[in-house]
Design a protein around this ligand. Structure first.
Ligand code: DLL
Length: 437
Protein backbone atom coordinates (compact mmCIF):
# COMPACT_ATOMS: atom_id res chain seq x y z
CA UNK A 1 0.00 0.00 0.00
CA UNK A 2 1.26 3.48 -0.80
CA UNK A 3 0.97 6.20 1.84
CA UNK A 4 -1.49 8.97 1.21
CA UNK A 5 -3.15 11.67 3.22
CA UNK A 6 -6.49 11.44 4.92
CA UNK A 7 -8.63 14.38 3.85
CA UNK A 8 -10.83 14.78 6.92
CA UNK A 9 -10.42 13.92 10.58
CA UNK A 10 -13.98 12.52 10.47
CA UNK A 11 -12.54 9.56 8.57
CA UNK A 12 -10.68 8.46 11.70
CA UNK A 13 -13.41 8.93 14.34
CA UNK A 14 -13.77 6.13 16.85
CA UNK A 15 -17.04 4.18 16.94
CA UNK A 16 -18.39 6.31 19.80
CA UNK A 17 -17.86 9.51 17.83
CA UNK A 18 -19.61 8.05 14.80
CA UNK A 19 -22.51 6.92 16.99
CA UNK A 20 -22.86 10.37 18.46
CA UNK A 21 -22.79 12.26 15.19
CA UNK A 22 -25.02 9.72 13.45
CA UNK A 23 -27.57 9.79 16.26
CA UNK A 24 -27.74 13.59 16.38
CA UNK A 25 -28.06 13.92 12.63
CA UNK A 26 -30.57 11.09 12.32
CA UNK A 27 -32.86 12.61 14.92
CA UNK A 28 -32.66 15.95 13.14
CA UNK A 29 -33.28 14.40 9.69
CA UNK A 30 -36.29 12.43 10.87
CA UNK A 31 -37.83 15.54 12.38
CA UNK A 32 -37.17 17.52 9.24
CA UNK A 33 -38.64 15.02 6.78
CA UNK A 34 -41.72 14.53 8.95
CA UNK A 35 -42.38 18.26 8.97
CA UNK A 36 -41.40 19.11 5.41
CA UNK A 37 -42.19 16.10 3.21
CA UNK A 38 -45.82 14.89 3.20
CA UNK A 39 -44.72 11.52 1.81
CA UNK A 40 -42.70 10.81 4.97
CA UNK A 41 -45.39 12.12 7.31
CA UNK A 42 -47.93 9.74 5.73
CA UNK A 43 -45.50 6.85 5.68
CA UNK A 44 -44.38 7.26 9.30
CA UNK A 45 -48.00 7.63 10.43
CA UNK A 46 -49.07 4.50 8.53
CA UNK A 47 -46.09 2.62 9.91
CA UNK A 48 -46.99 3.68 13.45
CA UNK A 49 -43.71 5.38 14.16
CA UNK A 50 -43.45 8.88 15.59
CA UNK A 51 -40.59 11.35 15.51
CA UNK A 52 -40.16 10.94 19.28
CA UNK A 53 -39.51 7.20 18.85
CA UNK A 54 -36.21 7.99 17.13
CA UNK A 55 -33.65 8.90 19.78
CA UNK A 56 -30.46 7.37 18.36
CA UNK A 57 -29.10 5.15 15.58
CA UNK A 58 -30.38 2.16 17.55
CA UNK A 59 -33.90 3.20 16.56
CA UNK A 60 -33.17 3.29 12.83
CA UNK A 61 -34.86 -0.03 12.10
CA UNK A 62 -38.17 1.33 13.46
CA UNK A 63 -38.42 3.52 10.36
CA UNK A 64 -40.00 2.36 7.09
CA UNK A 65 -37.92 1.85 3.96
CA UNK A 66 -37.88 4.22 1.00
CA UNK A 67 -37.82 2.67 -2.47
CA UNK A 68 -37.34 3.67 -6.07
CA UNK A 69 -41.12 3.56 -6.44
CA UNK A 70 -41.44 6.43 -3.94
CA UNK A 71 -39.42 8.62 -6.31
CA UNK A 72 -41.67 7.62 -9.20
CA UNK A 73 -44.83 8.31 -7.19
CA UNK A 74 -43.53 11.73 -6.16
CA UNK A 75 -42.07 12.77 -9.52
CA UNK A 76 -40.46 15.19 -9.99
CA UNK A 77 -39.92 17.14 -6.74
CA UNK A 78 -42.31 15.55 -4.24
CA UNK A 79 -39.58 14.21 -1.96
CA UNK A 80 -37.74 17.54 -1.71
CA UNK A 81 -37.55 18.96 1.81
CA UNK A 82 -36.78 22.57 0.82
CA UNK A 83 -38.56 25.14 -1.33
CA UNK A 84 -37.44 25.33 -4.95
CA UNK A 85 -35.77 28.70 -4.24
CA UNK A 86 -33.07 26.90 -2.25
CA UNK A 87 -32.26 24.39 -4.98
CA UNK A 88 -29.12 25.24 -6.93
CA UNK A 89 -28.64 22.05 -8.97
CA UNK A 90 -30.71 19.24 -10.42
CA UNK A 91 -29.53 15.86 -11.59
CA UNK A 92 -31.43 12.78 -12.67
CA UNK A 93 -30.72 9.14 -13.27
CA UNK A 94 -31.66 7.91 -16.69
CA UNK A 95 -33.99 5.04 -15.82
CA UNK A 96 -34.54 2.58 -18.63
CA UNK A 97 -38.28 3.14 -18.77
CA UNK A 98 -40.50 6.06 -18.02
CA UNK A 99 -39.57 9.16 -16.11
CA UNK A 100 -36.11 9.71 -14.64
CA UNK A 101 -35.39 9.84 -10.92
CA UNK A 102 -34.91 13.53 -10.14
CA UNK A 103 -32.62 14.77 -7.40
CA UNK A 104 -31.85 18.29 -6.15
CA UNK A 105 -29.15 20.00 -4.12
CA UNK A 106 -28.98 23.15 -1.99
CA UNK A 107 -25.82 25.25 -1.73
CA UNK A 108 -24.89 23.39 1.46
CA UNK A 109 -25.51 20.05 -0.25
CA UNK A 110 -23.12 21.07 -3.01
CA UNK A 111 -20.42 21.97 -0.47
CA UNK A 112 -20.97 18.73 1.38
CA UNK A 113 -20.90 16.71 -1.85
CA UNK A 114 -17.63 18.25 -2.91
CA UNK A 115 -16.19 17.45 0.54
CA UNK A 116 -17.29 13.80 0.21
CA UNK A 117 -15.60 13.53 -3.17
CA UNK A 118 -12.46 15.24 -1.85
CA UNK A 119 -12.14 12.42 0.68
CA UNK A 120 -12.70 9.75 -1.92
CA UNK A 121 -10.28 11.03 -4.53
CA UNK A 122 -7.65 11.63 -1.85
CA UNK A 123 -7.93 8.08 -0.57
CA UNK A 124 -7.55 6.86 -4.17
CA UNK A 125 -4.16 8.58 -4.43
CA UNK A 126 -5.05 11.84 -6.20
CA UNK A 127 -3.47 15.11 -5.01
CA UNK A 128 -3.20 18.71 -6.21
CA UNK A 129 -0.26 17.57 -8.37
CA UNK A 130 -2.58 15.48 -10.54
CA UNK A 131 -4.25 16.15 -13.86
CA UNK A 132 -7.63 14.43 -13.76
CA UNK A 133 -9.48 13.58 -16.96
CA UNK A 134 -13.19 13.09 -16.35
CA UNK A 135 -14.55 10.71 -18.96
CA UNK A 136 -18.00 10.32 -17.49
CA UNK A 137 -20.78 12.00 -19.43
CA UNK A 138 -21.52 15.55 -18.25
CA UNK A 139 -25.23 16.19 -17.99
CA UNK A 140 -28.02 14.94 -15.79
CA UNK A 141 -25.88 11.95 -14.74
CA UNK A 142 -24.23 12.71 -11.39
CA UNK A 143 -20.90 11.06 -12.21
CA UNK A 144 -19.05 13.81 -14.06
CA UNK A 145 -20.17 16.91 -12.16
CA UNK A 146 -19.89 15.08 -8.84
CA UNK A 147 -16.27 14.06 -9.30
CA UNK A 148 -15.48 17.37 -10.98
CA UNK A 149 -16.19 19.65 -8.04
CA UNK A 150 -14.43 17.39 -5.51
CA UNK A 151 -11.32 17.11 -7.65
CA UNK A 152 -11.17 20.89 -8.05
CA UNK A 153 -11.73 21.20 -4.31
CA UNK A 154 -8.49 19.30 -3.58
CA UNK A 155 -6.68 21.38 -6.19
CA UNK A 156 -6.30 18.78 -8.93
CA UNK A 157 -6.36 20.13 -12.50
CA UNK A 158 -9.58 18.88 -14.05
CA UNK A 159 -10.11 18.12 -17.73
CA UNK A 160 -13.90 18.05 -18.22
CA UNK A 161 -13.63 15.69 -21.15
CA UNK A 162 -17.02 13.95 -20.92
CA UNK A 163 -17.49 10.50 -22.44
CA UNK A 164 -17.14 9.48 -26.08
CA UNK A 165 -14.90 10.77 -28.86
CA UNK A 166 -12.37 8.24 -27.71
CA UNK A 167 -9.51 9.08 -30.06
CA UNK A 168 -9.61 12.66 -28.84
CA UNK A 169 -9.61 11.40 -25.26
CA UNK A 170 -6.32 9.63 -25.94
CA UNK A 171 -4.82 12.65 -27.69
CA UNK A 172 -5.71 14.94 -24.78
CA UNK A 173 -4.40 12.38 -22.29
CA UNK A 174 -1.09 12.40 -24.08
CA UNK A 175 -0.83 16.14 -24.66
CA UNK A 176 -2.13 17.30 -21.26
CA UNK A 177 -0.18 14.62 -19.35
CA UNK A 178 -3.28 13.22 -17.67
CA UNK A 179 -2.34 11.36 -14.49
CA UNK A 180 -5.78 10.31 -13.25
CA UNK A 181 -8.56 8.79 -15.31
CA UNK A 182 -12.14 9.00 -14.06
CA UNK A 183 -14.69 6.83 -15.87
CA UNK A 184 -16.68 3.63 -15.80
CA UNK A 185 -14.43 0.57 -15.76
CA UNK A 186 -15.89 -0.69 -19.03
CA UNK A 187 -15.09 2.59 -20.79
CA UNK A 188 -11.54 2.49 -19.41
CA UNK A 189 -11.05 -0.90 -21.06
CA UNK A 190 -12.45 0.36 -24.33
CA UNK A 191 -10.24 3.46 -24.25
CA UNK A 192 -7.13 1.31 -23.77
CA UNK A 193 -8.11 -0.70 -26.82
CA UNK A 194 -8.51 2.44 -28.94
CA UNK A 195 -5.19 3.83 -27.68
CA UNK A 196 -3.39 0.70 -28.87
CA UNK A 197 -5.16 0.89 -32.23
CA UNK A 198 -3.89 4.47 -32.55
CA UNK A 199 -0.36 3.19 -31.97
CA UNK A 200 -0.24 4.67 -28.47
CA UNK A 201 1.14 2.39 -25.76
CA UNK A 202 -0.82 3.44 -22.67
CA UNK A 203 1.99 2.30 -20.41
CA UNK A 204 4.88 3.97 -22.23
CA UNK A 205 3.41 6.93 -24.06
CA UNK A 206 0.98 8.19 -21.40
CA UNK A 207 1.39 9.39 -17.81
CA UNK A 208 -1.46 7.74 -15.94
CA UNK A 209 -0.97 6.84 -12.29
CA UNK A 210 -4.50 6.56 -10.95
CA UNK A 211 -7.79 5.24 -12.27
CA UNK A 212 -10.93 6.06 -10.29
CA UNK A 213 -13.73 3.90 -11.58
CA UNK A 214 -17.36 3.71 -10.60
CA UNK A 215 -20.95 3.93 -11.70
CA UNK A 216 -21.00 0.19 -12.38
CA UNK A 217 -19.48 -2.93 -10.92
CA UNK A 218 -16.12 -4.41 -11.75
CA UNK A 219 -14.58 -7.64 -10.58
CA UNK A 220 -11.02 -8.10 -9.30
CA UNK A 221 -10.26 -9.77 -12.63
CA UNK A 222 -11.41 -6.63 -14.45
CA UNK A 223 -9.27 -4.48 -12.16
CA UNK A 224 -6.22 -6.59 -13.09
CA UNK A 225 -7.08 -6.23 -16.76
CA UNK A 226 -7.38 -2.43 -16.45
CA UNK A 227 -4.21 -2.08 -14.37
CA UNK A 228 -2.36 -4.19 -16.91
CA UNK A 229 -3.69 -2.31 -19.92
CA UNK A 230 -2.97 1.18 -18.56
CA UNK A 231 -0.15 0.69 -16.07
CA UNK A 232 -2.13 2.58 -13.44
CA UNK A 233 -3.61 1.75 -10.07
CA UNK A 234 -7.35 1.30 -10.27
CA UNK A 235 -9.63 1.97 -7.33
CA UNK A 236 -13.37 1.95 -7.36
CA UNK A 237 -15.96 4.20 -5.85
CA UNK A 238 -19.66 3.81 -5.32
CA UNK A 239 -22.68 6.03 -5.25
CA UNK A 240 -26.19 6.54 -6.42
CA UNK A 241 -28.14 9.57 -7.62
CA UNK A 242 -30.86 9.19 -5.01
CA UNK A 243 -28.28 9.28 -2.20
CA UNK A 244 -26.08 12.06 -3.62
CA UNK A 245 -24.33 10.62 -6.71
CA UNK A 246 -20.70 9.47 -6.45
CA UNK A 247 -19.28 10.15 -2.99
CA UNK A 248 -21.08 7.58 -0.88
CA UNK A 249 -17.97 5.40 -0.62
CA UNK A 250 -14.57 4.83 -2.17
CA UNK A 251 -11.60 2.55 -2.02
CA UNK A 252 -8.29 3.57 -0.46
CA UNK A 253 -4.95 2.23 -1.64
CA UNK A 254 -5.19 -0.78 0.69
CA UNK A 255 -7.87 -2.03 -1.75
CA UNK A 256 -9.86 -3.76 0.96
CA UNK A 257 -13.35 -2.41 0.46
CA UNK A 258 -14.95 0.99 -0.06
CA UNK A 259 -14.97 3.42 2.88
CA UNK A 260 -18.44 4.82 3.45
CA UNK A 261 -18.66 8.48 4.46
CA UNK A 262 -20.34 7.38 7.64
CA UNK A 263 -20.84 10.79 9.17
CA UNK A 264 -23.20 11.51 6.25
CA UNK A 265 -24.65 8.11 5.36
CA UNK A 266 -25.78 5.36 7.73
CA UNK A 267 -25.55 1.95 6.07
CA UNK A 268 -27.48 -1.18 6.96
CA UNK A 269 -27.56 -4.61 5.33
CA UNK A 270 -30.92 -6.33 5.07
CA UNK A 271 -32.30 -9.58 3.80
CA UNK A 272 -33.86 -8.41 0.51
CA UNK A 273 -36.74 -10.85 0.83
CA UNK A 274 -37.79 -10.18 4.42
CA UNK A 275 -36.39 -6.70 5.15
CA UNK A 276 -34.75 -8.04 8.31
CA UNK A 277 -31.54 -6.22 9.34
CA UNK A 278 -28.59 -8.60 9.13
CA UNK A 279 -25.59 -8.74 11.48
CA UNK A 280 -22.17 -7.28 10.69
CA UNK A 281 -20.38 -9.14 7.91
CA UNK A 282 -23.52 -10.72 6.42
CA UNK A 283 -24.16 -10.35 2.71
CA UNK A 284 -27.40 -8.68 1.74
CA UNK A 285 -29.00 -5.56 0.28
CA UNK A 286 -27.46 -2.22 1.16
CA UNK A 287 -29.85 0.27 2.74
CA UNK A 288 -28.69 3.85 3.26
CA UNK A 289 -30.06 6.74 5.29
CA UNK A 290 -28.71 10.18 4.46
CA UNK A 291 -28.18 12.32 7.57
CA UNK A 292 -26.82 15.61 6.30
CA UNK A 293 -28.58 16.32 3.03
CA UNK A 294 -30.90 19.32 2.99
CA UNK A 295 -32.75 19.18 -0.32
CA UNK A 296 -33.39 15.48 -0.51
CA UNK A 297 -32.95 13.60 2.76
CA UNK A 298 -33.68 9.90 2.27
CA UNK A 299 -34.69 7.50 5.00
CA UNK A 300 -33.58 3.85 4.73
CA UNK A 301 -33.25 3.76 0.95
CA UNK A 302 -33.22 0.28 -0.53
CA UNK A 303 -30.39 0.42 -3.05
CA UNK A 304 -30.93 -3.12 -4.45
CA UNK A 305 -27.11 -3.43 -4.40
CA UNK A 306 -25.75 -6.55 -2.73
CA UNK A 307 -22.73 -6.20 -0.44
CA UNK A 308 -21.51 -6.61 3.16
CA UNK A 309 -20.02 -4.27 5.78
CA UNK A 310 -16.72 -4.45 7.65
CA UNK A 311 -16.21 -2.19 10.71
CA UNK A 312 -12.54 -3.12 11.38
CA UNK A 313 -9.99 -0.34 11.22
CA UNK A 314 -8.36 -0.31 7.78
CA UNK A 315 -4.61 -0.57 7.10
CA UNK A 316 -4.80 3.01 5.77
CA UNK A 317 -5.74 4.33 9.21
CA UNK A 318 -9.33 5.19 8.37
CA UNK A 319 -12.01 3.86 10.68
CA UNK A 320 -15.04 4.40 8.44
CA UNK A 321 -16.97 1.22 7.73
CA UNK A 322 -16.06 -0.46 4.45
CA UNK A 323 -18.47 -2.05 2.01
CA UNK A 324 -17.37 -4.97 -0.13
CA UNK A 325 -17.53 -4.79 -3.91
CA UNK A 326 -21.12 -4.92 -5.11
CA UNK A 327 -21.68 -8.52 -6.13
CA UNK A 328 -24.85 -7.69 -8.04
CA UNK A 329 -28.24 -6.05 -7.77
CA UNK A 330 -30.95 -7.98 -5.97
CA UNK A 331 -33.02 -7.99 -9.16
CA UNK A 332 -30.04 -9.06 -11.32
CA UNK A 333 -29.63 -12.47 -9.81
CA UNK A 334 -30.15 -15.34 -12.20
CA UNK A 335 -31.34 -18.77 -11.16
CA UNK A 336 -29.74 -21.23 -13.53
CA UNK A 337 -30.66 -24.86 -12.98
CA UNK A 338 -31.31 -24.08 -9.33
CA UNK A 339 -28.01 -22.23 -8.88
CA UNK A 340 -28.09 -18.56 -7.94
CA UNK A 341 -25.56 -16.56 -9.87
CA UNK A 342 -24.78 -12.89 -10.45
CA UNK A 343 -23.41 -11.65 -13.78
CA UNK A 344 -20.27 -10.45 -11.95
CA UNK A 345 -19.42 -14.05 -11.06
CA UNK A 346 -19.61 -14.99 -14.73
CA UNK A 347 -17.33 -12.06 -15.53
CA UNK A 348 -14.77 -13.27 -12.98
CA UNK A 349 -14.67 -16.68 -14.67
CA UNK A 350 -14.42 -15.29 -18.21
CA UNK A 351 -11.58 -12.90 -17.32
CA UNK A 352 -9.53 -15.84 -16.13
CA UNK A 353 -9.66 -17.70 -19.45
CA UNK A 354 -6.74 -17.16 -21.85
CA UNK A 355 -7.53 -16.45 -25.48
CA UNK A 356 -10.66 -14.35 -24.99
CA UNK A 357 -10.93 -10.60 -24.59
CA UNK A 358 -12.50 -8.64 -21.74
CA UNK A 359 -15.73 -7.84 -23.57
CA UNK A 360 -18.71 -10.12 -23.13
CA UNK A 361 -22.46 -10.25 -23.18
CA UNK A 362 -24.86 -12.54 -21.35
CA UNK A 363 -28.22 -13.37 -22.91
CA UNK A 364 -30.89 -14.75 -20.61
CA UNK A 365 -33.79 -16.88 -21.81
CA UNK A 366 -36.61 -18.65 -20.08
CA UNK A 367 -36.99 -22.38 -20.62
CA UNK A 368 -39.98 -23.66 -18.71
CA UNK A 369 -39.52 -22.24 -15.22
CA UNK A 370 -35.76 -22.08 -15.56
CA UNK A 371 -33.48 -19.32 -16.70
CA UNK A 372 -30.92 -20.32 -19.30
CA UNK A 373 -28.01 -18.27 -20.56
CA UNK A 374 -25.84 -17.83 -23.58
CA UNK A 375 -22.52 -16.09 -23.21
CA UNK A 376 -20.94 -14.21 -26.12
CA UNK A 377 -17.20 -13.65 -25.79
CA UNK A 378 -14.62 -12.33 -28.21
CA UNK A 379 -11.53 -14.11 -29.41
CA UNK A 380 -8.35 -12.11 -28.96
CA UNK A 381 -6.69 -13.77 -31.92
CA UNK A 382 -8.72 -14.07 -35.15
CA UNK A 383 -6.43 -16.92 -36.30
CA UNK A 384 -8.39 -19.23 -34.00
CA UNK A 385 -11.15 -19.06 -36.56
CA UNK A 386 -9.01 -21.08 -38.98
CA UNK A 387 -8.88 -24.09 -36.69
CA UNK A 388 -12.06 -25.87 -35.69
CA UNK A 389 -10.12 -27.93 -33.14
CA UNK A 390 -8.72 -24.87 -31.36
CA UNK A 391 -12.11 -23.15 -31.35
CA UNK A 392 -13.85 -26.20 -29.97
CA UNK A 393 -11.19 -26.60 -27.28
CA UNK A 394 -11.55 -23.00 -26.16
CA UNK A 395 -15.33 -23.29 -26.15
CA UNK A 396 -15.15 -26.43 -23.99
CA UNK A 397 -12.66 -24.78 -21.62
CA UNK A 398 -15.01 -21.85 -20.98
CA UNK A 399 -18.03 -24.11 -20.53
CA UNK A 400 -16.07 -26.35 -18.21
CA UNK A 401 -14.92 -23.41 -16.06
CA UNK A 402 -18.45 -22.03 -15.80
CA UNK A 403 -19.63 -25.48 -14.76
CA UNK A 404 -16.88 -26.22 -12.24
CA UNK A 405 -16.54 -22.75 -10.70
CA UNK A 406 -20.18 -21.66 -10.68
CA UNK A 407 -22.09 -24.87 -11.26
CA UNK A 408 -23.93 -23.53 -14.28
CA UNK A 409 -24.41 -24.72 -17.83
CA UNK A 410 -24.16 -22.08 -20.51
CA UNK A 411 -24.00 -22.03 -24.28
CA UNK A 412 -20.81 -20.19 -25.24
CA UNK A 413 -20.50 -18.27 -28.51
CA UNK A 414 -16.99 -17.34 -29.58
CA UNK A 415 -17.10 -14.17 -31.63
CA UNK A 416 -14.60 -12.52 -33.94
CA UNK A 417 -12.43 -9.84 -32.32
CA UNK A 418 -14.09 -6.39 -32.08
CA UNK A 419 -17.62 -7.56 -32.79
CA UNK A 420 -19.31 -7.03 -29.43
CA UNK A 421 -20.68 -3.65 -28.49
CA UNK A 422 -18.35 -1.23 -26.64
CA UNK A 423 -19.62 1.23 -24.03
CA UNK A 424 -18.74 4.82 -23.26
CA UNK A 425 -20.78 4.95 -20.06
CA UNK A 426 -22.29 2.12 -18.08
CA UNK A 427 -21.98 -1.20 -19.88
CA UNK A 428 -25.04 -3.30 -20.58
CA UNK A 429 -23.74 -6.81 -20.12
CA UNK A 430 -26.97 -8.71 -19.68
CA UNK A 431 -29.65 -8.91 -22.35
CA UNK A 432 -32.76 -10.26 -20.77
CA UNK A 433 -34.99 -12.04 -23.25
CA UNK A 434 -37.34 -13.55 -20.68
CA UNK A 435 -40.92 -12.53 -21.30
CA UNK A 436 -42.28 -12.57 -17.77
CA UNK A 437 -39.51 -10.87 -15.80
O1 DLL B 1 -23.75 5.73 -10.91
C1 DLL B 1 -23.27 7.41 -9.26
C2 DLL B 1 -21.81 7.24 -9.52
C3 DLL B 1 -21.24 7.87 -10.58
C4 DLL B 1 -21.04 6.48 -8.66
C5 DLL B 1 -19.88 7.73 -10.82
C6 DLL B 1 -19.67 6.36 -8.88
C7 DLL B 1 -19.11 7.00 -9.95
P1 DLL B 1 -26.69 6.14 -10.67
O2 DLL B 1 -26.58 6.46 -12.09
O3 DLL B 1 -27.90 6.57 -9.92
O4 DLL B 1 -25.50 6.78 -9.87
O5 DLL B 1 -26.50 4.59 -10.52
C8 DLL B 1 -26.45 3.98 -9.26
O6 DLL B 1 -24.98 2.28 -10.12
O7 DLL B 1 -27.17 1.54 -7.41
C9 DLL B 1 -25.18 0.61 -8.47
O8 DLL B 1 -26.03 -0.42 -8.92
C10 DLL B 1 -24.34 1.12 -9.62
N1 DLL B 1 -23.00 1.47 -9.14
C11 DLL B 1 -22.47 2.67 -8.92
N2 DLL B 1 -21.19 2.55 -8.50
C12 DLL B 1 -20.92 1.21 -8.44
C13 DLL B 1 -19.80 0.43 -8.07
C14 DLL B 1 -24.16 6.55 -10.11
N3 DLL B 1 -18.64 0.95 -7.69
C15 DLL B 1 -26.20 2.51 -9.39
N4 DLL B 1 -19.94 -0.92 -8.13
C16 DLL B 1 -25.97 1.83 -8.06
C17 DLL B 1 -21.09 -1.49 -8.52
C18 DLL B 1 -22.08 0.53 -8.84
N5 DLL B 1 -22.16 -0.80 -8.88
Amino acid sequence: MQENDIWSECETYDREQFRKVQSERLVDTVKRVYEKVPHYKNKFDQHGVSVEDIKSVDDLSKLPFTEKKDFRDNYPFGLFAVPQKQIVRFHASSGTTGKPTVVGYTKNDMTMWSEMIARIVTMAGVTDEDVAQISFGYGLFTGAFGLHQGLEHIGAAVIPMSSGNTEKQIMIMKDFHTTALISTPSYALHMAEIAREMGVDPKKDLFLKWGLFGGEGSTEAMRREINGAWGLLATENYGMSELIGPGVSGECLALKGMHINEDHFIPEIINPDTGEVLPEGAVGELVITTISKEALPIIRYRTSDITSLNYDKCDCGRTTVRMAKISGRSNDMLILGGVNVFPAQIEEVLFNVDGIGPHYQIKVFKQGYLDRIEVDVELIDANYLDSFGKLENLNQTIKHKLRTVLGIDAKVNLMQPRTLQRFEGKAKRVIDMREDK
